[in-house]
Design a protein around this ligand. Structure first.
Ligand code: FA5
Length: 348
């Protein structure tokens, strides 16, 4: 007993001296082995407490406990310091630059969106409103209101994805719209005349896909209804739009065409911007590029939208925005535009 009590200060002193030399967790482990493990002097004394005479047990027990507490305190404070230091070192040396191996690729607008934005800007500057309509459309808006009743052979001009077709009522049958012309109807029904709008948007046709035909593509519909509107206004509007889009003077020509919702109906071509009409591969040596359908809004369509054809007249047109983007950027295959291939898209 005497012996142990006299050794306590020595043990503590040795532990403090040893603690001062500790540089890392391995040193600390050795410290633990020496002073706090089962083999340590403190543990030995604890084990021998049972042999100490009863009157000395309390004093002895308190001394062993105090020594263990002091040693534990040294150990724990060193452990906390060392662990914090090791963590700091790890954070400083073992970090990863997650951006290092992944060069940032800037996103960009799809070429069709780019052309759409340009077309919208040009028409806006001419006072046209940009309108929108639903992709899921009633049979009535997509066909009947546009002067294409169910029995009309023109229904076959556009292969249709039918969503619901189980009755006679064209307001209860639904299609994926085959053309953006439905937006004319919605706008005229809602706001009447005058009207001046373009409606860019996605359309759907149940057709075989090839280099120039897709089943999902973009069109731009145009409509201008007012008093005393003639085909001359249509010509001026489209030539202005194309000249600004291609940044060179562009002329158009009309050919007779048939669309039930316009009378007269026209096919519109523009003079090839690549060869200026001399003839090249793009225009198949004709000097002209087929561009769109157009015409004067049929009186039946105006009447379907509660507009008096004796007071108002108007022109309408519809062109393929996807095909226009192909022309503008010389893209030979329409399928590339929906391919989502980054290598292709990043060229624009
Ligand atoms: C129409 O869709 C009429 N609604 C256009 C119109 C509007 C005429 C107003 C008169 C007045 P058409 O089916 O021709 O017409 O399509 C118009 C344009 O869409 C075409 O000139 C062409 O550029 C584009 N287009 C047609 N089918 C496809 C297709 N499968 N893939 C890509 N573009 C297409």
């Amino acid at each position: 007993m005497e012996d142990f009590l006299s050794r306590v200060p020595q043990i503590l002193k040795r532990a403090q001296a040893s603690a001062e030399k500790i540089k890392n967790l391995a040193d600390l482990e050795r410290f633990f082995d020496e002073f706090l493990s089962k083999k340590s002097a403190v543990s030995e004394f604890s084990k021998n407490l049972k042999n100490v005479p009863a009157d000395q047990k309390k004093e002895m027990g308190a001394a062993v406990g105090k020594l263990r507490d002091a040693l534990l305190q040294i150990f724990e404070s060193l452990r906390d310091q060392l662990e914090a230091a090791e963590l700091t070192k790890k954070l400083e040396t073992e970090w990863i630059d997650v951006t290092k191996n992944f060069p940032i690729r800037n996103g960009a607008l799809h070429p069709v969106s780019q052309v759409q934005e340009q077309v919208e800007e040009i028409f806006s500057s001419m006072g046209f409103e940009i309108a929108d309509g639903p992709h899921i459309e009633t049979e009535w808006h997509n066909f009947d209101a546009l002067n294409i009743p169910a029995s009309h052979p023109a229904r076959d001009m556009q292969d249709t994805f039918w969503l619901q077709r189980d009755g006679e009522n064209p307001n209860k049958n639904f299609v994926l719209r085959t053309q953006t012309s439905d937006v004319q109807i919605r706008k005229m029904l809602k706001h009447g005349a005058p009207a001046r709008l373009i409606a860019p948007g996605r359309v759907f046709r149940n057709e075989d896909v090839d280099a120039s035909h897709d089943a999902v593509f973009y069109q731009v519909e145009g409509l201008l209804v007012d008093k005393n509107i003639s085909l001359a206004h249509l010509k001026g509007t489209i030539e202005t739009m194309l000249s600004r889009l291609f940044e060179k003077e562009t002329v158009i020509r009309f050919r007779p065409g048939y669309f039930p919702f316009v009378e007269p109906g026209l096919e519109v071509d523009f003079r090839c911007t690549l060869c200026s009409g001399k003839g090249c591969k793009t225009c198949k040596n004709t000097g002209w590029i087929e561009f769109m359908g157009a015409g004067m809004v049929h009186r039946n369509v105006l009447q379907n939208c509660n507009i008096d054809p004796e007071v108002f007249s108007g022109f309408a047109f519809g062109f393929g925005l996807t095909r226009l983007a192909m022309m503008k950027y010389s893209i030979g295959d329409i399928r590339l535009l929906s391919s989502q291939k980054i290598d292709f898209l990043s060229q624009f």
